[in-house]
Design a protein around this ligand. Structure first.
Ligand code: ADP
Length: 162
């Protein structure tokens, strides 16, 4: 069985992430969206909220699940018996960053292979970092986040950060 981990911060999940998972589904039997917990980095949205939003984006897809993890991504892969990692490439700067991590993960993960999908042109400008800035600035994020959760994201921010 081909199990793949899609690691990231997903703070919050965007339409770019969703597109990547949809396109990766034919390649794997199971995709685990793994939200990395890094206590040194403050999230805009709580971990549980972010995970709940991811779940809401795949209501009828039993092959997609959501987990959180701490520590090395390859250790998490081992714990769920995943041999593959999924990452998206939006630009050459993504490539430069991902190349080294993928090579290191292959060594420390003893053969863990990273599969890269190039982002579709209509999503390649979307990043969680910029979506967070837009939310903080009070502008409409609906062009960048999944339809199912866009209202919740704005409401949650409005209620908890004003
Ligand atoms: P971001 O890089 O947007 O802050 P994450 O750390 O959660 O968000 O990213 C997790 C993975 O998703 C990374 O491999 C990243 O390249 C990929 N990704 C993020 N946004 C997109 C997008 N718009 N298109 C394709 N891949 C993306």
């Amino acid at each position: 069985m081909k199990v793949c981990v899609f690691p990231g911060s997903f703070d919050p999940i965007t339409s770019g992430h969703i597109d990547l998972v949809r396109r990766a589904l034919p390649l794997f039997d199971q995709i685990i969206i793994a939200v990395g917990v890094n206590n040194a980095k403050q999230r805009l949205f709580p971990l549980e909220k972010s995970m709940n939003w991811i779940q809401q984006c795949f209501p009828n897809e039993a092959r997609v699940s959501v987990r959180s993890y701490e520590g090395l991504t390859v250790d998490f892969c081992r714990s769920v018996k995943a041999e593959f990692l999924l990452r998206g490439l939006r630009s050459t700067s993504d490539f430069d960053y991902e190349k080294t991590i993928s090579q290191m993960n292959n060594i420390i993960g003893k053969g863990t292979e990273t599969v890269f999908l190039i982002s579709q042109p209509e999503y390649s400008h979307i990043s969680s970092t910029i979506v967070r800035e837009i939310i903080k600035g009070g502008a409409d994020v609906s062009p960048f986040v999944p339809e199912a959760i866009k209202a919740e994201i704005s409401d949650f921010y409005g209620k908890n950060h004003k």
